[in-house]
Design a binder for this molecule. Structure first.
Ligand SMILES: NC(=O)c1ccc[n+]([C@@H]2O[C@H](COP(=O)([O-])OP(=O)(O)OC[C@H]3O[C@@H](n4cnc5c(N)ncnc54)[C@H](O)[C@@H]3O)[C@@H](O)[C@H]2O)c1
Ligand SMILES: *[C@@H]1O[C@H](CO)[C@@H](O)[C@H](O)[C@H]1NC(C)=O
Ligand SMILES: *[C@@H]1O[C@H](CO)[C@@H](O)[C@H](O)[C@H]1NC(C)=O
Ligand SMILES: *[C@@H]1O[C@H](CO)[C@@H](O)[C@H](O)[C@H]1NC(C)=O
Length: 286
């Protein structure tokens, strides 16, 4: 299943121990990429690496050299991130692509009850942490760029969310953090275009089924917000009812969008946000 867009490309994926990150590692490894998998949580990172090991030995995987390596990395700690980026360069030789995906959802509570300390934690991981990784990797990419080279061989994708476009109730910190990610994407895309780097965002919503989907509905049901029913099944039904396509999206559908933005298929696209939500947030903004 090799894919010329990704053969021997070196891709960093943060939040690699999570749902999206683990699926992304598998997807790109199968297509011939070489993966640096980063997470702060050793246990979930190990689970991802265990899945990847079995794939990496398949004959169909044709990448050369180190195919996958895991790195424990706290994205909020800039000296930690810089050290990990240096290790990646010494292990793999260079960096081609970054999926900046690590995140923390925070509490599900209406604004009046939301804990300011948790708000700060969400902003620290989802905004500052994303920036720290983006900057550290972009410095390396800009050094790789040859003098006078005018193409844009490097690509970064930031995981945002539909929550950042429309302000989900009972998720004030998360929504604020994802709106900041969208502004960061546009601003950094402008700053990094002269350095041969494209930067785009994805905004998924209603991805499932699975643990995250179920858990989210339970938390919304328990939030006490009048915008949500008080049991998880009704919350789920109402959410799907609001989607023009009347179904959930799959993680595979999220990853294919990431693949489009990371690859040269989107070579003239930077500073944009690709929404993956079955039409949920579509419409003119008055
Ligand atoms: N699942 C969805 O439906 C959905 C929808 C919209 C947006 N998103 C976004 O997609 C991204 C991934 O979601 P997911 O469902 O895979 O979540 P997840 O919780 O399964 O994975 C997130 C990963 O990030 C890691 N992480 C947290 N803090 C970190 C830190 N300081 N340093 C390094 N790693 C850290 C966690 O350990 C975890 O492995 C998130 O940014 C989320 O906001 C998800
Ligand atoms: C993760 O895997 C490494 C290498 O196999 C091992 O040394 C470590 O103990 C594991 N950690 C956890 C928390 O499972
Ligand atoms: C940040 O990372 C550095 C380098 O990995 C480490 O020495 C330091 O203890 C970390 N700081 C915190 C607050 O975790
Ligand atoms: C933080 O980012 C993660 C991963 O992108 C996401 O799952 C989570 O919802 C975000 N949390 C907030 C509060 O934005």
């Amino acid at each position: 299943m090799s894919d010329p867009r990704f053969i021997n490309k070196i891709i960093i994926i943060t939040g690699a121990g999570g749902n999206f990150g683990c699926s992304g590692c598998l997807f790109f490894l199968r297509r011939g990429a070489r993966i640096a998998a980063l997470d702060v949580d050793q246990n979930t990172l190990n689970e991802t690496l265990a899945e990847l090991e079995s794939i990496a030995t398949e004959d169909s995987v044709i990448a050369e050299g180190t195919r996958i390596k895991g790195y424990i990395c706290d994205v909020t700690n800039s000296s930690n991130v810089d050290a990990v980026v240096s290790s990646i360069v010494s292990d793999f030789g260079r960096i081609d692509m970054l999926w900046n995906n690590a995140g923390y959802q925070g509490q599900i509570k209406p604004t009046l009850e939301y804990d300011p300390a948790d708000f700060a934690r969400v902003m620290n991981i989802n905004v500052t942490g994303m920036f720290i990784v983006l900057q550290s990797v972009a410095k390396q990419m800009s050094q790789q760029k040859a003098d006078g080279e005018t193409s844009h061989p490097y690509s970064i994708v930031n995981t945002a969310s539909v929550a950042g476009l429309r302000g989900t109730p009972a998720m004030v910190a998360y929504s604020s953090s994802k709106a900041a990610v969208l502004a960061m994407t546009v601003s950094s895309a402008k700053d990094l275009a002269p350095h041969g780097i494209r930067v785009n965002a994805i905004s998924p919503a209603l991805i499932g089924p699975g643990f995250m989907w179920t858990r989210q509905n339970e938390l919304h049901a328990a939030s006490g917000s009048p915008y949500f029913a008080s049991n998880a099944e009704d919350v789920a039904k109402a959410k799907i009812g609001g989607v023009p396509m009347k179904r959930l999206g799959s993680i595979e559908e999220v990853i294919k969008s990431v693949a489009y933005l990371l690859s040269d298929d989107s070579s003239y696209t930077t500073g944009t946000n690709l929404v993956i939500d079955g039409g949920l947030s579509s419409g003119l903004k008055a």
